[in-house]
Ligand binder design. Structure first.
Ligand code: GDP
Length: 464
C-alpha cells in the first residue's frame, strides 16, 4: 500500500488553482509542438528538399548558404548545397550522404516543428528508426523521375520499408512529397501514376486515406515548397497547396494535455529551489499538466508528495503542461523514493509498473537471430534496463501487416513481429502506445547496437 501522510499541509503555499488548459491556450507563442521525420529511398532528394525548405523559410542565413554553395561547387557537386544545410559534419559532406539525424527547428503559422532528418542509406536504418520512433508525423520523399520511383518502390527499394517502419512505430500522418517533378516537365500523368501506386500501398499497410496527402514539388528548384507554385506546367493541373501549408495542417499531439500527468524524472537532488527545503526534481512532462500545490505520486514506489515551487525554462511558474521541461521542488517526500527513470504521476491515475509486456517490433540489421531468452537492454526514455525476449508470438508481413507465422522459432533482420519482453532485474513504469505515445515506445539494444524498436501493445503483469 501507499504511505499515508499525517503531516499537516500548512507548509504548502496555498496557491490559487489555475485552469491550466485555459492558461495554456493563452500562453504567448505556445504553438503546438510536433516532431517531424523525413523518410524515403536513398537519393530520393530528402536532404536537398528539406535543406531548401529551411533555407526558404529563412532558417539558414545567407552567409552560411553562400558558403555551402561555394564549398559544394569546389568539389563539383553544386546541387548538394541544400543538402548540406542538414549535414553538418565533414565526413558526411565528403561522402555526399546524410549520416546522423540532424535536428532542426522551424515554425509554420500555427505550429512549431522539430525536424529529424532521417537518412535513407541502408546502413543507417537504425538512425532512421530512432528518429521515426519520436515522430508525430512524416514526410515520405519519392523520386518521380523516370525509373527512379520504380527503383525505390520495387523489391530492394526502401520506400515501402520506410513507410511500414513509420506505421509500425506509430506514425499516422503522412505527406508524400512527389519530388524531382522538374525532371519530367511537371507531367501530370507521372504524378498520378506515382500517387496511385503508392497510395494503394499505403492504405494496404494501415495508413488512413484521409491522413495521407500527395504534394508535387522539386527540392532542387524549390517549386511548391513554401509558396504555391505559379508555373503553368503545374498550376494547369495541380490545385492543392504547397508543402509548407500541408505541414502546417498536421494535427498536433494536443490531446496529451487532457491525459493523466506523466513526467519523466531526468535529475533529482536534495534541497529545493532557492536553497529551500525539499527535493528538487527536473524532467520533461510527457502528458497532462501540473501546478504548484498539487499532490503527485512517484512511480515506482507509489510515494506521495506535493509541488511547492516550480520553474519552466528557468523562470518561476505556477503551472506547466505536456511538452515543458521543468524543475520543481517537491516536499513531504523522501529523496530515497526517487530513482533514475522514475515518473511523476497523477495519484489517482498512476502509470502501470510492469515486468512483462507485449510489444510489436521491427528487427534491425542483426547477425544473430533473436530467439527466446535473447538478452537485451531495454531503452525507454532515459531508462536502460536489462531484459530478455521471453516469447516470440508471431511474425507479421512487412508490407501488409498480416500474420504470416505463429510461434516462430527465431526472428531475423528486417522482420516485423509481436513478442513478449521480460525485465530481468526490476519492473519499470511503462504504458501502452495506445494510452500514451511517449511512454509506449521502446528500443532494444545489445552490445551497444540497436537490434529492434517498436511500441508497447499490452502490459501483461502489474507490479513486481
Ligand atoms: P537523399 O539521399 O534522399 O538525401 O538525396 P539528396 O538530397 O542527397 O539528393 C540526391 C540527388 O538528387 C542529388 O544529386 C540532388 O541534387 C538530386 N536532387 C534532389 N532533389 C532534386 C530535384 O527536385 N530535382 C532534381 N532534378 N534533382 C534533385
Amino acid at each position: 500500500g501507499f504511505k499515508t501522510h499525517s503531516e499537516p499541509l500548512a507548509k504548502i503555499p496555498s496557491s490559487k488553482r489555475v485552469n491550466v488548459l485555459e492558461e495554456f491556450e493563452k500562453r504567448s507563442g505556445a504553438k503546438p509542438k510536433l516532431n517531424l521525420v523525413v523518410i524515403g529511398h536513398v537519393d530520393a532528394g530528402k536532404s536537398t528538399l528539406m535543406g531548401h525548405f529551411l533555407y526558404a523559410l529563412g532558417q539558414v542565413n545567407e552567409r552560411t548558404m553562400k558558403k555551402f554553395e561555394r564549398d559544394s561547387q569546389k568539389i563539383g557537386k553544386g546541387s548538394f548545397a541544400f543538402a548540406w544545410v542538414l549535414d553538418e559534419t565533414g565526413e558526411e559532406r565528403d561522402r555526399g550522404i546524410t549520416m546522423d539525424i540532424a535536428t532542426n527547428h522551424f515554425e509554420t503559422q500555427n505550429k512549431s516543428f522539430t525536424l529529424m532528418d532521417a537518412p535513407g542509406h541502408r546502413d543507417f536504418i537504425p538512425n532512421m528508426i530512432s528518429g521515426t520512433a519520436q515522430a508525430d508525423a512524416a514526410i515520405l520523399v519519392v523520386d518521380a523521375s523516370i525509373n527512379a520511383f520504380e527503383a525505390g518502390f520495387d523489391a530492394g527499394g526502401q520506400t515501402k520499408e520506410h513507410a511500414v517502419l513509420a506505421r509500425s512505430l506509430g506514425v499516422q500522418q503522412l505527406i508524400v512529397a512527389i519530388n524531382k517533378l522538374d525532371t519530367v516537365s511537371w507531367n501530370e500523368a507521372r504524378f498520378k501514376e506515382v500517387q496511385a501506386k503508392l497510395g494503394a500501398y499505403l492504405v494496404q499497410v494501415g495508413f488512413k486515406k484521409n491522413n495521407v496527402v500527395f504534394v508535387p514539388l522539386s527540392g532542387l528548384t524549390g517549386e511548391n515548397l513554401v509558396k504555391k507554385s505559379e508555373i503553368p506546367e503545374l498550376t494547369s493541373w495541380y490545385k492543392g497547396t504547397c508543402l509548407l501549408d500541408q505541414i502546417d495542417k498536421f494535427s498536433p499531439p494536443m490531446r496529451l494535455l487532457d491525459r493523466p500527468l506523466r513526467m519523466r524524472v531526468t535529475d533529482f537532488f536534495k534541497g529545493g529551489i532557492g536553497s529551500s527545503g525539499g527535493v528538487s526534481v527536473a524532467g520533461n512532462i510527457e502528458s497532462g499538466t501540473i501546478q504548484v500545490g498539487e499532490q503527485i505520486m512517484i512511480v515506482p514506489g507509489g510515494e506521495i508528495g506535493y509541488v511547492k515551487t516550480m520553474q519552466v525554462n528557468e523562470e518561476p511558474a505556477t503551472w506547466a503542461a505536456a511538452g515543458d521541461s521543468i524543475l520543481m521542488t517537491l516536499v513531504q517526500l523522501d529523496i530515497l523514493n526517487l530513482s533514475n527513470g522514475c515518473i511523476v504521476c497523477t495519484p489517482s491515475r498512476p502509470v502501470p509498473v510492469t515486468g512483462l509486456f507485449e510489444a510489436q517490433i521491427v528487427v534491425f540489421d542483426i547477425r544473430i537471430p533473436i530467439t527466446p531468452g535473447y538478452p537485451v537492454v531495454l531503452h525507454h526514455g532515459s531508462l536502460d534496463e536489462p531484459a530478455f525476449v521471453y516469447k516470440l508470438i508471431e511474425v507479421l508481413d512487412k508490407s501488409t501487416g498480416q500474420v504470416i507465422k505463429n510461434n516462430p522459432r527465431c526472428l531475423t533482420k528486417g522482420m516485423t513481429a509481436k513478442i513478449q519482453i521480460k525485465l530481468s532485474q526490476r519492473p519499470i513504469p511503462l504504458e501502452t502506445f495506445k494510452d500514451n505515445k511517449q511512454l509506449g515506445r521502446i528500443m532494444l539494444r545489445k552490445d551497444g547496437e540497436t537490434v529492434a524498436a517498436g511500441v508497447v501493445n499490452e502490459i501483461l503483469t502489474f507490479g513486481s
